[in-house]
Design a protein around this ligand. Structure first.
Ligand code: F6R
Length: 240
């Protein structure tokens, strides 16, 4: 595990954007695994700026997203489809047909998760997976107790996650209770992983990642077993 410490959220975002930018420069056929949420939001802004300023060709870059809520339309502002278009895909020259996000509106969710695994396999696997972490240690929407050998599946969100994510919704009842999420084994199959965390609220989860025992009760701890993991943190998450 390589740990990079940035001064603050802005510094973490710049470091992460630089990391992904360099990975794309090195491999123009890269398959990126992407995440949504507050953590990578500014990183996407910096990354889009760097890619556009340098006229980087993204026509052979492919992306697969970690997760999506069940039941939200793509144009719902809280859907991860909407987030990805707004924060990244609409700002850069990536062909939209190269971008893949699980379809939480599918009438056959089991077929959809199987199809998503097939998309990843057909792309030759994920070269670089971006991750944030939930306060309870979830990665993707793999909540505590998710088996380490899980593949992309339909999952139920815990009360902690529903409460945390309700900040984006008008009321807590509007937060979907289910999602589609890459499994922990799917994530661990990525050739390399870039993990980001910022702010005091993530301190316990990050402490478990760095110092804790590997346990299914804290999903993020599985990352200790990945042999190409880069962790970018800010000083708030580290504390004293
Ligand atoms: C998002 C995802 C989640 C988030 C996590 C942290 O695609 O898979 O695991 O990374 O919930 O969210 P933020 O960054 O909003 O604190």
């Amino acid at each position: 595990m390589e740990v990079v410490t940035a001064e603050d959220y802005d510094g973490m975002s710049k470091e992460a954007a630089k990391f992904i930018y360099e990975a794309i420069e090195k491999n123009p056929n890269i398959t990126l695994g992407l995440a949504t949420g507050s953590t990578p939001q500014k990183m996407y802004q910096y990354l889009a700026e760097m890619l556009n300023e340098n006229n980087i060709d993204l026509s052979n870059v492919h992306t697969v997203n970690l997760d999506e809520y069940v039941g939200l339309d793509d144009d719902n502002k809280q859907s991860y489809h909407y987030f990805m278009l707004k924060e990244f895909f609409n700002k850069v020259n990536i062909p939209l047909e190269n971008t893949h996000i699980p379809d939480g509106k599918s009438e056959d969710l089991e077929a959809e998760v199987a199809n998503f695994e097939k998309i990843i396999t057909d792309l030759g696997g994920i070269d670089l997976q971006l991750l944030g972490v939930g306060r309870n240690g979830h990665i993707g929407f793999n909540e505590p107790g998710t088996p380490f050998n899980s593949r992309t599946q339909v999952v139920s969100l815990t009360d902690v996650t529903i409460k945390d994510n309700s900040r984006f919704f008008d009321k807590i009842e509007d937060v979907p209770t289910r999602a589609l999420s890459m499994g922990l084994e799917t994530i661990m199959d990525a050739k390399s992983i870039l993990f980001l965390a910022s702010g005091e609220a993530k301190r316990d989860a990050v402490n478990s990642l760095i110092n804790g025992e590997v346990t299914e009760e804290i999903p993020v701890t599985i990352l200790q077993k990945h042999d190409d993991l880069t962790v970018v943190l800010d000083k708030d998450v580290l504390g004293e």
